[in-house]
Design a binder for this molecule. Structure first.
Ligand SMILES: NC(=O)C1=CN([C@@H]2O[C@H](COP(=O)(O)OP(=O)(O)OC[C@H]3O[C@@H](n4cnc5c(N)ncnc54)[C@H](OP(=O)(O)O)[C@@H]3O)[C@@H](O)[C@H]2O)C=CC1
Ligand SMILES: CC(C)(CO)C(=O)C(=O)O
Length: 341
């Protein structure tokens, strides 16, 4: 029997990728902590819906306590604040020569590598949009960048195999020698998504809102300054132009903002996953966990992190029920910028 690929965390991202692989006839084992969702997948009722595609599939699916065997390829797709626990849980089931592929937002590769070893960790960057609707139902909102890369930038046979496999899901998937360039790029672009969760506007409307422009630029530049200090060659994607932001080039930034707005208008996923956690699912988001390594690096380099610090504080207040989502919260992030100067 073929070696199955394990999808650990079969929600919006893991469920979508796994559904494509299963539909293509590949051996997939879905693992998730939500028993009702696991039951639907195991019963062959994993439904992908939305403008991109519409199909129902399924396959073997279990909760983590029912996993057996040792597996060569585990795609990890849990939120950043669940990375450490999930990696500890999967480690006993990872083959000695196996790999964990982080299909996540954030610099989770660093956490995973600490637990299973750098040589068993592969980096990935995903920017497509998906929403977990209910057990067995996922909205696939839009296609977007998918990238894989070894942490040291090398091109290995296992990376080529993984890349080929992911092309079943995203034909334009990229094999990169600079996956950290994309991950830091997503940290910059992701800062916009995070700040958009302070308000109820869609991502596209938030980006287009002139009242948010200066705050977005200051926040993105703060993140990218840290990437530069870390000597990362940050890469762009789907309209995001990190070089333009870093240079403080107004024309390039305006062009990038227009492209990012258009890109997000084309998605059926109108709001960020973070907004969805806060406003719809009423639960903790992974904002603090995603920004933790960026803020730590800022401290190491003696760089400012006032915008990121304020963003985390505001989101934490929303999570605790001490603050509402709305324009006043987005304004409060702008205040951090004004206080800085
Ligand atoms: N959704 C999107 O459009 C995008 C998401 N991302 C990133 O992809 C990653 C996955 O996000 P997304 O798919 O949206 O999240 P979801 O919440 O939709 O899916 C994650 C799933 O993993 C489950 N889970 C949590 N802990 C564990 C565990 N220890 N073992 C197994 N399963 C677990 C969750 O259960 P429970 O819900 O109970 O926690 C949930 O079912 C995140 O890093 C996110 O930032 C990146 C690009 C786009
Ligand atoms: C908005 C999106 C899908 C990136 O395009 C994202 O990364 C998120 O919601 O966390």
């Amino acid at each position: 029997m073929a070696e199955p690929v394990v999808i650990w965390g079969a929600g919006a991202i893991g469920g979508t990728i796994g559904a494509y692989l299963a539909r293509a006839g590949q051996e997939v084992l879905f693992v998730d902590v939500v028993p009702e969702h696991v039951a639907e997948i195991a019963a062959g009722r994993l439904r992908i819906e939305g403008p991109v595609d519409s199909f129902t599939t399924g396959g073997p699916a279990v909760t983590p306590d029912r996993v057996t065997g040792r597996h060569k390829r585990i795609l990890l797709a849990v939120k950043a604040h669940h990375t450490e626990a999930a990696t500890h849980a999967l480690a006993p089931f990872l083959a000695e020569d196996g790999m964990v592929v982080s299909c996540q937002n954030g610099l989770n590769e660093l956490v995973i590598a600490d637990i299973v070893g750098r040589e068993r960790t592969i980096g990935a960057f995903v920017n497509f949009g998906a929403d977990y609707i209910e057990p067995g139902r996922i909205l696939f909102g839009n296609r977007a960048a998918v990238v894989v890369g070894e942490l040291d930038g090398s091109t290995t046979p296992r990376l080529r195999d993984l890349h080929e496999q992911l092309r079943v899901f995203e034909p334009d998937a990229v094999l990169s020698d600079n996956v950290f360039g994309y991950l830091w790029g997503k940290a910059g672009y992701g800062a916009i998504l995070k700040s958009s969760a302070l308000d109820n506007q869609s991502i596209a409307d938030f980006i287009a809102n002139p009242a948010r422009r200066a705050t977005i630029v200051a926040l993105v530049r703060e993140v990218l300054a840290v990437a530069a200090a870390e000597q990362v060659d940050v890469l762009g994607f789907n309209g995001f132009d990190p070089a333009g932001f870093l240079r403080g080039d107004d024309a390039a930034i305006a062009a990038s903002m227009a492209k990012m707005e258009a890109f997000n208008r084309g998605s059926a996923k109108s709001h960020s996953g973070i907004w969805r956690d806060l406003a719809v699912r009423k639960r903790q988001s992974d904002v603090a966990a995603q920004l933790a390594p960026v803020r730590a690096a800022a401290r190491r380099h003696g760089l400012p992190s006032a915008m990121m610090d304020r963003l985390v504080k505001l989101i934490t207040e929303i999570e605790a029920g001490r603050r509402d989502i709305g324009p006043a919260s987005a304004d409060a992030l702008g205040d951090a910028m004004k206080e800085r100067v």
